[in-house]
Design a protein around this ligand. Structure first.
Ligand SMILES: N[C@@H](CCC(=O)N[C@@H](CS)C(=O)NCC(=O)O)C(=O)O
Length: 208
């Protein structure tokens, strides 16, 4: 069985939710924070980041969007066939969320990688929060335009990743009350059984 490597609080929650939604035969190995920099894991993913998926033959797939595409293609059945308009929009959304939105959380999680000294780090964090607010407003528009329930109008892995991003708002000065559809989406995700299972597997709590 393949193994999905996760760590509490991280974006690896999105593929973990996908595994739960599809009841996919994939083992979730939730590492303690810090284990991602140890030799044993660096031998699996030299980038020292989660998620990673290790197959029985030793092959490894990294990058959340690629792992989500694999889970959908391999375990989703006809309902997750993605050679459709929804599939293309899902790929677009996941690419945006993983590369643009996640990247703009960089200064929040690791300000020292972006600037030296406390004042400069506070300045890059303030800029990052502006950009994160812009991303939330953009995603609010997409969600509202698609009916307000699922990010793309139908359930997709974009909802799993969006939940990762809306959880992180709690750690920032950006308030989701300015984006009510995103706030409702987060509450709906937290009421979902598969999300609950994934949170427990990753030693995480709903943010409420
Ligand atoms: N581009 C990667 C980003 C992965 C990533 O940055 N993961 C974070 C957790 S959300 C991580 O492992 N951070 C640990 C670190 O950088 O030390 C993806 O989309 O999978």
């Amino acid at each position: 069985m393949p193994t999905l490597y996760t760590m509490p609080g991280t974006c690896s929650l999105a593929p973990n939710i996908a595994v739960a939604w599809l009841d996919a035969p994939i083992t979730v190995n939730n590492m303690a924070y810090g284990d991602h920099k140890k030799d044993e894991y660096l031998a699996i993913n030299a980038k020292g980041k989660v998620p990673a998926m290790r197959f029985e033959d030793g092959d490894v797939l990294t990058e959340a969007a690629a792992i989500l595409a694999y889970i959908g293609a391999e375990h989703g059945g006809a309902g997750y066939a993605r050679d459709t308009a929804l599939g293309r929009k899902e790929a677009e959304a996941l690419s945006y969320m993983t590369s643009e939105v996640h990247a703009d959380f960089g200064p929040h999680f690791a300000a020292a990688a972006f600037a030296d000294g406390e004042a400069a780090q506070e300045a890059v964090k303030a800029k990052a929060y502006e950009k994160i607010g812009e991303h939330y407003r953009y995603m609010e528009g997409i969600l509202q335009a698609n009916g307000g329930t699922w990010y793309l109008g139908q359930k997709s892995f974009a909802d799993a990743y969006l939940y990762v991003l809306t959880r992180w708002a709690e750690q920032t000065p950006v308030n989701l009350s300015d984006t009510p559809a995103l706030a409702d989406h987060r509450a709906r995700m937290e009421a979902d059984d598969g999300v609950g299972l994934a949170l427990r597997r990753q030693d995480m709590e709903p943010v409420g």
